[in-house]
Ligand binder design. Structure first.
Ligand code: FES
Ligand SMILES: [Fe+2]
Length: 325
């Protein structure tokens, strides 16, 4: 499964402490923890002795201790202590748990179940002190990650699902756009008049004219990560939306959405509330979609000209070796 060979988000970094934390990725249960030197570790959440979830255990020093019979495992999954053994030199070689590559980047913890094919994107703005950063969500949906990502890229639904917030029902036309594919990255840009800021969520950096022109530049990193840069005419104000979906299982995903902006005050709370509303509006639509996974066979759904991104996503996913399960 190609998704196993990709960095995927598993939690915001602030959620990871020196207590074991259980997560699920591509149907597999993992345990993560932060050791005393602040390094993070990810093991399969299953003790080799009797199949107990290690995440129910405790962290001692830098190691995880199984709650059932107290065996200890280090960050690479090797068993280092078996309390019932008189001679610790006799720990069998088989006493080992699968360990996985993990790292933290952009305030998110990432895991790759197999050697990752591609690196994470570079987004210097997210490390720039002049930008305000809001971590929104996470957004757990009963949907395949491919549907959650495709929803994030879909322009045609704005006036219908997010009227007044992201789209205007009197302007349903999707502006012309072309998609360029380079290996696992899709590039495209849309220039369109947008809905004005609402009184409740005045988060966008546009000047206050009626229908501000907005530039949306997208980079979609297959399979499930998007960097969207937003600019408006006549202002240096910019926003960046960084979105990544965790493929929890075939029909569960969790979206992480970081919103950064280079203007105004830090209004993270308002941004978080705004994204709660937006993602909630999308959720019931996307959870209803069948088949659960985006079908990579183009004949399976009906595509029109304005669905260029959806078409490119399907073609390129297939080309990069992703399969419908
Ligand atoms: S089940 Fe983990 S130590 Fe026995
Ligand atoms: Fe939406």
């Amino acid at each position: 499964m190609q998704e196993r060979k990709c960095w995927q988000p598993v939690m915001y970094e602030r959620e990871l402490t020196t207590s074991p934390k259980s997560v699920k990725l591509c149907g597999e249960r993992l345990v993560l923890w932060r050791d005393q030197k602040n390094a993070i570790h990810a093991l399969k959440d299953l003790c080799i002795h009797r199949g107990t979830a290690l995440s129910l255990g405790t962290i001692r020093g830098n190691e995880i201790v199984c709650p059932y019979h107290g065996w200890s495992f280090n960050g690479s999954g090797a068993c280092t202590f078996i309390p019932q053994l008189e001679d610790q030199k006799k720990i069998p070689e088989k006493a080992k748990i699968n360990s996985y590559k993990c790292r933290s980047q952009f305030g998110i913890v990432w895991v790759a179940l197999e050697d990752p094919l591609w690196d994470l994107p570079e987004i210097p703005e997210l490390n720039d002190k002049n930008w305000h950063i809001a971590e929104t969500g996470p957004f757990p949906w009963q949907a395949n990650a491919s549907r959650q990502v495709e929803n994030f890229t879909d322009f045609a639904h704005f006036p219908f699902v997010h009227p007044g917030l992201l789209g205007d029902p009197s302007r349903p036309l999707v502006p012309e756009h072309t998609v360029v594919a380079e290996d696992h990255i899709l590039f495209y840009e849309v220039h369109r008049p947008e809905a004005t800021n609402t009184d409740e969520f005045p988060i966008f950096g546009n000047p206050t004219q009626e229908t501000p022109m907005r530039w949306n530049s997208y980079k979609l990193y297959l399979p499930f990560t998007i960097v969207l840069t937003i600019r408006w005419d006549n202002t240096p104000n910019q926003m960046i939306y960084f979105f990544a979906s965790q493929s929890v299982s075939d029909n569960e995903c969790i979206g992480y959405c970081i919103v950064a902006k280079n203007y105004g005050e830090d209004d993270s709370n308002t941004i978080r509330k705004f994204e709660e509303v937006i993602f909630d509006q999308d959720k019931r639509i996307v959870e209803s979609q069948r088949p659960e996974q985006v079908p990579f066979n183009l004949a399976e759904e009906l595509h029109l000209k304005f669905d260029a991104v959806a078409l490119a996503y399907r073609r390129q996913m297939k080309k990069m070796g992703f399969k419908n399960e």
